[in-house]
Write a protein that binds this ligand. Structure first.
Ligand code: FAD
Ligand code: UDP
Length: 371
């Protein structure tokens, strides 16, 4: 039976599970609910009948420079040494993404690539990361040609598929996640700590929630709870939904995955292959690579993107844009009237968090309000 010393956490993804774990460690009682039939939110994974670990909501690769987050997670799991690389098919040429010096030599004849490399190193320091919208500001004709090539072949169509608008119409921070990298490092991330939890993400969250102070209720929507008088509420769902959309809906992008099983050991050369120039899907994930699962079958998922529509699909990506931030802020201001209700997470904060940022934010919020 709920009582006034009980904390309610809405959402059992990494944000909610982090707060739940920290509160329980402090001896506080926690009820964590999720409307889904499983814990771990978008990081949910499971082993299928072939023994392959499937990331139900798309590939999740852990990476961070944040020691505190890394040490926090290490309490619950060990990680393998997987370092993510992304392959892209650029008009039939298989090469590296982000665009780097190796990509340059893959897509252009040697003499042209050499000239471009030298010109690039006249302008930029080695190992610099340059967002594409910045990279396009070149005076030299050769570099202009290169920038247009990268924009057109890597960013334009992929971003249009992913966000429904061109790279010039999404917040620059979005495309800056995958900058042009003046380096020979083919990795997608350069963070100090990277890897995949050895038993998967769901197991990590399960361990985070394994505490006698924590009760879990799945298949339970916050709106369906008839008791709402908790000590504190931590809400990791979307803030507009919490307030019944009274200022209007916050827009999101959604994605969906078409899964296919093949009767062969591998389907493609890499865990993640991007298709920036062709097809309606953005990328293909092949899951067995992440934990080096052995099977004579393989499972892939083609990823498609669409707008979020209430009742039709799920919220995946907040859309960073001034007017959306302003709408979010209206809700946040309103939330100040609700004492002891806190919003966090990719949906609750309306921020394009990676896992480490979601966990860091949850730790900070806990330290701010619960210590
Ligand atoms: P979520 O995981 O979304 O959890 C929120 C939970 O709240 C959900 O389970 C939801 O069902 C529940 N909920 C919402 N509303 C209600 C309600 N009214 N009642 C009850 N429950 C409710 N990050 C990385 O670091 N590396 C990656 O490689 C990576 N890849 C990604 C790929 C994709 C396609 C996506 C979408 C995200 C990716 N991320 C990645 C980001 C990562 O998924 C998030 O950082 C992380 O899931 C955030 O956790 P969260 O708890 O804030 O949100
Ligand atoms: N992007 C692109 N082409 C690519 C890869 C990324 O245009 O081949 C752009 C696109 O706008 C994408 C953004 O960079 O949404 C961020 O890419 P990331 O891989 O970080 O996206 P996520 O994994 O979060 O979906």
């Amino acid at each position: 039976m709920p009582s006034n010393d009980l904390n309610l956490i809405v959402g059992a993804g990494f944000s909610g599970a982090t707060i739940a774990n920290l509160l329980a460690n402090k001896g506080e009682k926690v009820l964590i609910i999720d409307k889904k039939d499983h814990i771990a939110g978008n990081c949910y994974d499971y082993r299928d009948k072939n023994g392959i670990m499937i990331h139900k909501y798309g590939s999740h690769i852990f990476h961070t420079n944040n020691e505190k987050v890394w040490n926090f997670l290490k309490q619950f799991t060990d990680f393998n040494t997987y370092m993510h690389k992304v392959v892209g098919i650029l008009d039939g040429i298989e090469t590296h993404i982000p665009f780097n010096f190796n990509t340059l030599y893959d897509v252009f004849p040697y003499s042209l690539a050499k000239r471009l490399e030298e010109k690039l190193l006249d302008v930029f320091e080695i190992n610099t990361k340059v967002p594409i919208l910045e990279f396009q500001k070149q005076d030299d004709d050769d570099l202009k040609f290169l920038a247009n090539y990268v924009y057109e072949k890597i960013f334009l169509h992929y971003t249009t598929k992913q966000w429904g608008v061109s790279p010039k119409d999404v917040d620059g921070a979005v495309t800056a996640r995958v900058p042009v990298y003046l380096s020979k490092d083919n990795r997608y991330f350069q963070d100090k700590y990277q890897g995949i939890p050895l038993d998967g993400y769901t197991k990590v969250v399960e361990k985070m929630l394994e505490d006698e102070n924590i009760d879990i209720m799945l298949n339970t929507d916050y709106k369906a709870l008839n008791y709402k008088n908790f000590k504190r509420i931590f809400y990791t769902g979307s803030i507009d939904e919490f307030y019944d959309y009274q200022f209007g809906q916050l827009p999101y992008r959604s994605v969906y995955f078409k899964f296919e099983t093949y009767d062969k050991e591998y389907y493609q050369s890499n865990a993640c292959v991007n298709y920036p120039c062709n097809y309606d899907f953005t990328r293909i994930h092949e899951y067995k690579y992440y934990l080096d699962d052995k099977s004579d079958k393989t499972v892939i998922a083609k990823e498609y993107s669409e707008f979020f529509e209430l009742g039709k699909n799920e919220r995946y990506y907040p859309i960073p844009k001034e007017e959306n931030t302003a709408l979010y802020k209206k809700y946040l201001d309103k939330s100040k009237d609700d004492k002891n209700v806190y919003f966090l997470g990719r949906l609750g904060d309306y921020k394009y968090y990676d896992m480490d940022k979601a966990i860091a934010r949850a730790i900070e919020l806990f330290e701010e309000v619960c210590k």
